[in-house]
Write a protein that binds this ligand. Structure first.
Ligand code: ADE
Length: 229
């Protein structure tokens, strides 16, 4: 396991990344030094007086393309010995829990590049990027939101970040065979006539385990049949 994970994010929307990561569990992990997250404004690496980060596409077409030079300058400044550079893009490899686990176990320093407009000059991908990552088959207005999702899912898997060490193992996609979780309940046992299943009140651990397993299979067949082993 990596002892400490350092993350540098390059975006033209620093606040979009900062807000979700400064709350609650992730904010605490940052304060305690388990993870060091630095969010940079890509415009700080521009050299013209307009701080221009985009330009028209060669070959024509709609929209603007992000220029390569600010990305190259920024990565050269921030790079360390064991840096991995990740580009958030809908063209990337589809992110999932297994990838989150790999990143949380093996990363020491991540530089995350967030795209915007119609895309990024492809020389950024060729010359800087180790992995292109997509958070799903839909297109966001910019990669900053995707970066926040990516970072959250990785950081919470670092030992000690979540209070209860067991919780990342028992949740959906992380149970032994990767199916969905069983539903959970808390007090009151009867809420407006909707009752907590009897078995959960029984204290019978074997029966509870069997119930959870059956209902998890049922839920997975209904919502995510693609996850069934
Ligand atoms: N930027 C825009 N859409 C994205 C997606 N689905 N994943 C990662 N980055 C993106």
């Amino acid at each position: 396991m990596s002892e400490r994970l350092d993350i540098d994010v390059l975006t033209i929307f620093p606040e979009v990344v900062r807000a979700p990561l400064s709350e609650s569990i992730l904010g605490r992990a940052s304060d305690e030094g388990t993870v060091g997250i630095r969010i940079h404004d890509l415009r700080d690496w521009t050299t013209d007086k307009y701080r221009k980060v985009d330009d028209e596409p060669y070959g024509g077409g709609p929209g603007m393309v992000m220029k390569p030079d600010p990305f190259f300058a920024a990565v050269r400044d921030l790079q360390k010995e064991k840096t991995s550079v990740v580009l958030m893009t809908p063209q990337g490899r589809q992110f999932d829990q297994e990838m989150a686990r790999e990143f949380s176990v093996s990363s020491k320093h991540l530089i995350i590049l967030c795209g915007h407009y119609e895309g990024i000059d492809h020389r950024v991908v060729q010359g800087l990027v180790d992995q292109e990552v997509s958070i799903g088959d839909y297109v966001l207005t910019n990669g900053a939101l995707a970066a926040a999702v990516f970072i959250d899912s990785i950081v919470r898997l670092i030992p000690g970040v979540l209070g209860d060490e067991r919780s990342p193992i028992e949740e959906s996609f992380s149970v032994e065979d990767g199916i969905l979780e069983a539903p959970c309940y808390t007090r009151p046992a009867d809420f407006e006539g909707m009752k907590v299943p009897e078995v959960l009140l029984s204290g019978h651990h074997e029966k509870i385990k069997e119930w959870k397993r059956n209902i998890a299979v049922e839920r997975t067949l209904e919502n995510r049949p693609d996850l069934m082993p």
